[in-house]
Design a protein around this ligand. Structure first.
Ligand code: ADP
Ligand code: ZN
Ligand code: ZN
Length: 739
């Protein structure tokens, strides 16, 4: 083997094929498939980097034209064969270049010094700890006492717990260590979790519904034919418990587990359950990690130091040797789709990886995506239902409040009388309240309180937002106008900004209930590292009675003392021009309502809306997924959207409007000339210009996904030889967001 195929590190279509290089004597046996190498490229022999994709004995070029590989990139990480297979699948399914796909699949490239994870280990016996804790209590050292009591219950405490769940600072830990109560063990001493760690959590006995899922999936795994499964389980029905059992079985059989969870749903509560069960054999990936920290996790996975990785979609590419189970919680979440080229969907890539490794693929959601549910109904995915709350509680009683009626009967507060009444009652009983603001829409938009009309930008299809004083501004094009004094539609004088800001809600609450502790959770209050967990644990510890927040508060948190959930402006997200807007609204509302009454006390939820008759609102209030699915699929079929038809969105961006539009027209013409396929556009995108880039879109629809792939490949070919100027093109298959 003296030649190597090398794929360059560039995202230019024209260079997206392997180039042949010679392996010089000194590198022979060192360069292998997956090596990252330095190579001379082009007439000027500029040094470039790339991956070796194949080794060969012969090449079809003249020997003297072949250049030598210069060397291995220092500190680089080899890509595994499997990574190439997955990258090829991603390129084939979503377009883009192979090197772009490789970047997704091999996230950590440079070796960096591993960061050590720590575990606090108990050193004193229980009696000593107890008397020390009592002493702290007398001295009013609350945090220290908390940590000591936690040590009495747990022999080992992973460091993420300490700052998160226990809210104990580093200096307190130091003082506990100084007093001889415990010591830190670093990650270099990983070990199998001791039996006592596992016994720390009381083993729950699964209910019949849960047991059925665990038994069916493990049976398939044991006989070597694992499949794809969808668990449709209402909030609190015990899905996470099922995941943990399946993970446990997989690990016992010597295989590894990838547990995907959207980042905003990854709470310390879920983590704690996994840590309690699997100790140091579990690891977490998240977006705040540095490349070095990610690399560290990959190395641990490669070495076999961990069995389970928990993380967002990128966790899929953890280099385990033998994955037995991939779990995708909250499978409907749009964050599973990448927003950058290649715009891959983790659900489809997970399925591919599962089939390459003969692993089971288990998805779960209280509100499955229309796509997955239709596959389940068609029998392509095994469907399981969990219809009961695992703790026996009932789903909350949900009421819909029509905000137009609220106004006509004289209530101008942002809280309806119904919600206000429930809040008063809950507060008087010492129970907790969550107030949720649907911010998927546009905050600050101005609408008529009488007829619901929203003031839109004259140049863009987006609502204007209220700025200082009475100035309205478009966030996309910068258009500025004065706020009209009357509604342009019905003439009413009640034009008001939907003060969607959580801050405003907080102000109102503080005025209404001056003696009540309030917490707010949104982008502003969670920007600091650890603040997200801090707010949640404060609320969970009962330090505040009311939690106000954006959609980040509706995900996966279990607060047994929350009896009232209020959704303040439910329909903001219905105004988004996107075929998925009803689905998203339904999911958000259903999940938000599901937060109430998760403990022993019954819960109540109030949905405040201008569109009480919209099926997304009605079905969410009734917690009726099937009814929503029926209405939504009927709409998708009539209008020709996924899953009824697959959709390829070809997006053109360019500073020269004419040229951008012309290129789009040219391509649309070529596609149409190929015969019977539905082509829409080109048309200006929903938001037709952003920061001086004009946007045009072509939608191609077909029931057959492979035809759309052909069209995309054809389009990529078509543009290879074109002078594109400033124009660039992106492809999005079955898009999550309308652009
Ligand atoms: P989901 O993931 O579906 O929202 P969880 O797995 O978080 O549900 O379970 C909700 C609550 O019910 C948790 O507090 C969990 O400990 C509890 N739980 C789960 N399964 C059982 C069971 N079989 N028996 C008793 N409690 C259970
Ligand atoms: Zn505008
Ligand atoms: Zn009006």
């Amino acid at each position: 083997m003296i030649y190597a195929d090398v794929i360059l590190d560039v995202s230019i279509e024209k260079l997206d094929r392997p180039f042949s290089y010679r392996i010089p004597e000194r590198l022979s046996g060192i360069v292998c498939v997956g090596s990252r190498v330095r190579i001379p490229f082009g007439a000027g022999n500029t040094e470039k980097k790339g991956y070796v994709t194949a080794l060969k004995d012969t090449v079809q070029y003249e020997e003297d034209k072949i250049k030598d590989i210069l060397g291995i990139v220092e500190g680089s990480v080899e890509a595994e064969d499997r990574s190439f297979e997955i990258a090829a699948f991603i390129k084939e399914s979503y377009g883009g270049t192979l090197s772009q796909a490789l970047k997704v699949v091999i996230p950590a490239k440079a070796k960096v010094k591993p960061v050590e994870l720590k575990t606090l280990v108990r050193k004193m016996d229980i009696e000593e700890l107890s008397s020390l804790a009592a002493e702290c209590s007398r001295k009013n050292q609350k945090a220290k006492e908390r940590l000591l009591r936690a040590l009495m219950e747990n022999e080992r405490i992973p460091s993420p717990w300490i700052a998160g769940k226990l809210r104990v600072s580093a200096s307190t830990v130091t003082s506990v260590i100084k007093s001889g109560a415990a010591f830190y063990e670093t990650s270099s001493e990983y070990r199998k979790p001791a039996v006592s760690d596992i016994e720390n959590t009381d083993p729950l006995s699964l209910n019949d519904e849960q047991r059925n899922v665990v038994e069916s999936v493990s049976r398939d795994m044991e006989c070597g034919h694992p499949g794809t499964y969808l668990i449709h389980g209402i909030t609190g029905s015990g899905k996470t418990e099922v995941y943990i059992r399946l993970a446990e079985k997989t690990v016992l059989s010597g295989r590894q587990v990838i547990f995907l969870i959207p980042e905003i749903a990854l709470t310390y509560q879920t983590l704690a359950r996994f840590y309690a069960k699997f100790g140091d054999r579990v690891s977490v990936l998240n977006s705040t990690m540095s490349p070095g920290e990610r690399y560290d996790q990959c190395e641990r996975a490669k070495k076999g130091d961990i069995d389970i990785i928990i993380g967002p979609r990128s966790a899929l590419f953890t280099p385990f040797s033998n994955v037995g189970l991939i779990i995708m919680d909250e499978e409907h979440e749009s964050s599973y789709k990448s927003e950058n080229t290649p715009k891959y969907h983790a659900r489809e890539v997970a399925k591919k990886i599962a089939s390459l490794q003969n692993a089971a693929f288990v998805m779960g959601s209280a509100t499955p995506s229309i796509e997955s549910y239709s596959l389940a109904l068609a029998g392509e995915i095994t469907l399981f239902k969990l219809n009961e709350r695992a703790t026996g509680g009932e789903l909350p009683e949900t009421s819909i409040v029509d905000l137009r009626k609220e106004l006509s009967s004289g209530n101008r507060s942002i809280f309806s009388r119904k919600l206000k009444g429930l809040m008063d009652e809950a507060l008087s009983k010492g129970e907790q309240i969550m107030l949720f603001l649907n911010r998927r829409g546009f905050s600050g938009q101005v609408s008529c309180r009488e007829c619901g009309k929203v003031i839109m930008c004259p140049h863009c299809d987006v609502p204007m937002s209220l700025h200082t004083g009475s100035r309205l501004m478009c966030h996309y094009c910068g258009e500025i106008m004065e706020k009209p004094s009357n509604c342009p539609s019905c003439g009413s004088g009640y034009l008001a900004a939907i003060k969607a800001g959580t801050e405003q809600v907080e102000d109102r609450i503080r005025k209404l209930y001056p003696d009540v502790n309030v917490l707010r959770m949104d982008k502003d209050t969670t920007s600091a590292k650890g603040s997200f967990d801090k707010i949640l644990s404060e609320f969970s510890n009962g330090e505040a009675q009311i939690l106000i927040g954006t959609q980040m508060i509706v995900k996966g948190h279990d607060f047994p003392n929350v009896t009232v959930v209020g959704i303040l402006a439910a329909d903001l997200s219905l105004g988004v021009p996107d075929f998925r807007s009803a689905e998203r609204t339904f999911q958000l509302l259903a999940q938000a309502c599901g937060r109430a009454g998760r403990g022993e006390k019954p819960g109540a939820a109030v949905i405040q809306t201008y569109q009480p008759d919209h099926y997304a609102v009605r079905c969410a209030a009734a917690q009726d997924y099937e009814a929503f699915y029926e209405e939504e699929t009927a709409f998708r079929e009539t209008a020709g959207y996924p899953p009824a038809l697959h959709m390829l969105c070809i997006q053109f961006f360019g500073t020269d409007e004419k040229k951008t539009s012309l290129l789009a027209q040219e391509l649309a013409g070529v596609i149409k000339s190929k015969g019977r396929i539905r082509v829409l556009g080109p048309a200006p995108a929903n938001v037709s210009k952003v920061k001086d880039y004009h946007r045009f879109v072509i939608y191609v629809k077909d029931p057959d996904l492979s035809r759309l792939s052909e069209i995309r490949t054809g389009a990529e070919e078509f543009f290879k030889d074109k002078d594109m100027g400033s124009v660039f093109v992106q492809f999005d298959t079955d898009p999550m967001n309308a652009i």
